[in-house]
Unconditional design. Structure first.
Length: 689
C-alpha cells in the first residue's frame, strides 16, 4: 500500500478528499501600531500609501491579456480550443443567417489555424464613431464591438457579447484577416491585439466573398508546448455541420500534424441534411435501441419563438445529453435541457394514463433520461448565458419554447406507434422501479445500522441520507470518539469508535474473523459487504477515514485496519474511498500564535521557520485524540478546509506484490517479518528509539 504525503493542517483538503499542494509558509504576524500612532501598519511588499496614481486604467485589449481566464476560462488546452470555437461560431452565425453556405477549416504547421466562409464579410468601411478606423479594425481591437447586439443584423447568433474575435486577436501572436466584399479583397494584420499596419486593398476579385481569419495563439499566454489537437478540432468542426443542415464544413490538415492522429483524415467534407438525427445515429452506431426509430424533429422560427431541433433514443447503457444554443455547445446544460426533459416526462406520463398503466405515476425525468441519448439544438434571440464561455444557458423562455415544440410531436410519435411506445414505457418504468428498490435498500440498511449500533461508544451517524460527500471516521477508543462526535459536522460526518485494537485478519482464522464484534460493527456501518459480496453502490459513505493517535499505538491500529480493508474490501481502496487522517502530535504557541506539528521533524521545522524573535515558546505533546479539545480536533483533523488526508492506494508494480508484502508483515510467521527487516534495514534512517 502507498499513501501520497503532504504538508500539515495548513493545507486544505479539496473536494474529493485528495490532499492539496504544499502551502507556502505563513508570513510573520504584522505588528499592530501603538496607541496614538496614526501611521498604517507596514506589510512587506505592500505600499503604505494608496493614491489616485495607484488606480490603473486598462485600455483596448490589455484587460484580456492581463486576465485571459475572465474571457476564455483559463489558459489550458480547453481554453486554447475555445479560441477556434469563437472564430468558427462567427462563420456559423453567417450560415444560420442564410448568407454562407460553406465554411473551411484548415490546421497548418506551427499551431496556425485558418477559418474561411463565403458570407457577407466583416464590414471594411469607416466606422461612424471612429472615422479613421475601418469597422474591421474596430471589431478586432475593441471589446464589446460587433454586429450581434442588433437582431436586425443577426436574428440569432452565438456571439452576443462582442468580445469573441477581439479576445482571440488579443491572445494571438499573429492574426491576419482577409475580407472579400463588393468584388474587392482587403487584408489587415495584427499582433497580440495591435494592428501591424493599416487596412490594405489588395485588388479586385470576382469569384470570392466572405471572411478568412488566420491566427496563431500566443505562446506567452498558452506556453510553447500547448498545441491544437487535430481530432478535437475535427469533432468541433463536424458538429457544426450536424447542428445546421444547410452548411457544408470543409476540413483540411497538414499531413505532418497527423503522425499521432491516424484516425483523422487530411481532408474531409461534412454535410448532414438530417442534422441531429444523423448525428445521433452516427454516435450510437450499431447499438441496439429500445425503440425501432429515433425520436427526432425540428421546428422553424416563428414570431416570438425560436427554432428547435432534437433527436432522442433509448438504449441499454449510460445516457448522455448534448445541447447547443445557436450552434454553441452548452456542456453544463441549462433551461433548454429542462424543457426537453419536461416534455418527454409529461408525454410518457400522459401516454401511461391513456393506456391505464398506473405505474406511470412512478417515473421521474431522471428515469426517462438515465439510459437516453439526447441531442438538442435551439436558435433563439439574444440568449442569456452563464459567463463568456457560454457553458450554460440561462434564458428562462427557452424552457417553454422547447417544451411546446417537443411535447405535441412526442405525443403523436407515441400514439402512432403503440408497440414501440409500450416498450419504451415499460423500459422507463423498469428504471423507476430499480431506483425505488435501491432507495428502499439503502434506507433499510441505514436504519438497520443505526438501530444495531446505537450503543455507548458506537456509531454516531450523519443526518444526510445521500452518499455524496459523506464521511465515516473510524477512531480508537471512547474518549477519542467523544471528542470526534463533538467536533464533527453532524450533517455529513459520522463517527465509529473502536475499543482497543481490532483483529489482525492476516493471521486469524475465518471463524475468529466472523465472530469478531468490532469488525461486524464496521461491516454493518459501511453496508457494502465484503469480498465477493462487496457492492460499491451500497457503500453508505463517500469517504472512509481512519483517524488514530499520532503515536506508535495509533500507527499499529491503522496498520491493522489497512490490512483488514486490503483483505476484505480491496475494491473500496481501488475506488478511492479510503483515507488516513493526520492528527497533530504537538501544539506550539508563542504569544498569540499557535501552530500544530504532526511529528518531531515537523516540530523542528516549524520552530526553525515560524517561531522567531522574543517570547517564550510553549510546546505541548498530545497523548492522544481524546486529550484534544473538540475545537482543536475539528480545526486540525476533521474540518475539510484545514485538514490533510492521505489517500490510500494499492500500487502493484508486480501483480500480487501488495498482498505478498502484507502477508509477510502481518501474517502469523514471525520469521517472515524478521527476514523483511533484515532485507530492508539499510533503508531505515532517523529511527526514534
Amino acid at each position: 500500500m502507498s499513501a501520497s504525503d503532504d504538508l500539515f493542517a495548513s493545507v486544505p483538503t479539496p473536494k474529493g478528499g485528495t490532499p492539496a499542494p504544499k502551502a507556502a509558509p505563513a508570513a510573520p504576524a504584522t505588528p499592530k501600531p501603538k496607541s496614538g500612532n496614526n501611521s498604517p501598519a507596514s506589510v512587506p511588499g505592500v505600499k503604505a500609501d494608496y493614491t489616485a496614481a495607484d488606480i490603473e486604467v486598462l485600455e483596448g485589449l490589455e484587460p484580456v491579456r492581463r486576465r485571459p481566464g475572465m474571457y476564455i476560462g483559463g489558459t489550458d488546452e480547453k481554453a486554447l480550443h475555445h479560441l477556434f470555437a469563437e472564430i468558427i461560431d462567427n462563420s456559423m452565425d453567417e450560415a444560420v443567417a442564410g448568407y454562407a453556405s460553406w465554411i473551411e477549416v484548415e490546421l497548418l504547421p506551427d499551431n496556425v489555424i485558418t477559418v474561411t466562409d463565403n458570407g457577407r464579410g466583416i464590414p471594411v468601411d469607416p466606422h461612424p464613431k471612429f472615422p479613421n478606423k475601418s469597422a474591421l479594425e474596430v471589431i478586432l481591437t475593441t471589446l464589446h464591438a460587433g454586429g450581434k447586439f442588433d437582431s436586425a443584423v443577426y436574428e440569432t447568433s452565438g456571439g452576443l457579447h462582442g468580445v469573441g474575435a477581439s479576445v482571440v486577436n488579443a491572445l494571438s501572436e499573429s492574426m491576419v484577416v482577409e475580407v472579400a466584399s463588393n468584388k474587392k479583397l482587403y487584408r489587415q494584420s495584427f499582433s497580440r491585439g495591435i494592428p501591424t499596419g493599416a487596412l490594405e486593398l489588395l485588388g479586385d476579385v470576382h469569384n470570392r466573398r466572405g471572411t478568412k481569419v488566420t491566427f496563431k495563439p500566443d505562446h506567452e499566454i498558452f506556453g510553447k508546448k500547448l498545441r491544437f489537437k487535430p481530432e478535437q478540432l475535427l469533432n468541433m468542426a463536424r458538429s457544426k455541420a450536424y447542428l445546421f443542415g444547410g452548411v457544408e464544413i470543409r476540413w483540411s490538415c497538414a499531413p505532418e500534424l497527423l503522425e499521432h492522429s491516424p484516425e483523422v483524415p487530411p481532408k474531409a467534407t461534412f454535410h448532414f441534411p438530417e442534422g441531429l438525427k444523423d448525428y445521433l445515429a452516427a454516435t450510437l452506431g450499431k447499438t441496439n435501441l429500445v425503440t425501432q426509430e429515433i425520436f427526432a424533429g425540428r421546428t422553424e422560427k416563428s414570431a416570438g419563438h425560436g427554432a428547435v431541433e432534437w433527436a432522442v433514443c433509448w438504449f441499454g447503457g449510460d445516457g448522455f445529453f448534448n445541447s447547443y444554443c445557436n450552434t454553441v455547445p452548452t456542456p453544463e446544460g441549462g433551461t433548454h435541457e429542462s424543457g426537453l426533459r419536461t416534455a418527454l416526462l409529461r408525454g410518457l406520463k400522459n401516454y401511461a394514463e391513456l393506456t391505464s398503466n398506473k405505474k406511470g405515476t412512478l417515473i421521474t425525468a431522471d428515469d426517462v433520461m438515465t439510459s437516453a441519448g439526447a441531442l438538442l439544438s435551439v436558435f433563439i434571440r439574444e440568449p442569456e448565458f452563464v459567463g463568456q464561455t457560454k457553458d450554460r444557458l440561462a434564458t428562462t423562455a427557452a424552457t417553454r419554447i422547447v417544451e411546446q415544440a417537443v411535447r405535441d410531436q412526442f405525443d403523436h410519435w407515441l400514439t402512432n406507434a403503440p408497440q414501440q411506445a409500450n416498450r419504451l414505457l415499460d423500459w422507463v418504468i423498469d428504471r423507476a422501479e430499480e431506483r425505488l428498490r435501491r432507495r428502499k435498500e439503502k434506507d433499510v440498511s441505514r436504519k438497520s445500522a443505526v438501530r444495531k449500533l446505537r450503543l455507548p461508544g458506537k456509531l454516531a451517524d450523519c443526518s444526510q441520507n445521500a452518499k455524496g460527500d459523506t464521511e465515516l471516521f473510524i477512531v480508537e477508543g471512547d474518549s477519542a470518539g467523544g471528542s470526534a462526535k463533538q467536533a464533527r459536522n453532524r450533517t455529513t460526518q459520522a463517527v465509529l469508535p473502536l475499543r482497543g485494537k481490532i483483529l489482525n485478519v492476516a493471521s486469524a482464522s475465518s471463524d475468529k474473523l466472523h465472530a469478531n464484534q468490532l469488525l461486524a460493527d464496521l461491516v454493518q456501518a459501511l453496508g457494502c459487504g465484503t469480498r465477493k459480496n462487496y457492492n460499491d453502490d451500497d457503500l453508505r459513505y463517500d469517504r472512509v477515514i481512519i483517524m488514530t493517535d499520532a503515536d506508535v499505538d495509533g500507527a499499529h491500529i491503522a496498520s491493522l485496519l489497512l490490512t483488514y480493508f486490503q483483505r476484505e474490501m480491496p475494491q473500496l481502496i481501488h475506488n478511492g474511498h479510503l483515507f488516513l487522517a493526520i492528527p497533530p502530535l504537538y501544539r506550539i504557541s508563542q504569544g498569540g500564535k499557535t501552530l500544530y506539528a504532526r511529528d518531531d521533524m515537523h516540530k523542528d521545522e516549524l520552530l526553525d521557520k515560524e517561531f522567531k524573535g522574543k517570547g517564550k515558546i510553549e510546546i505541548g505533546r498530545f497523548k492522544g485524540l481524546g486529550e484534544m479539545r473538540s475545537d482543536q480536533l475539528k480545526d486540525t483533523t476533521m474540518d475539510p478546509k484545514n485538514r490533510t488526508l492521505l489517500k490510500v492506494q494499492i500500487v502493484d508494480m508486480i501483480p500480487g506484490q501488495t498482498k505478498e508484502v502484507v502477508t509477510r508483515l502481518m501474517g502469523n510467521k514471525p520469521e517472515a517479518r524478521f527476514e523483511f527487516i533484515q532485507e530492508n534495514a539499510e533503508f531505515a534512517t532517523d529511527l526514534d528509539i
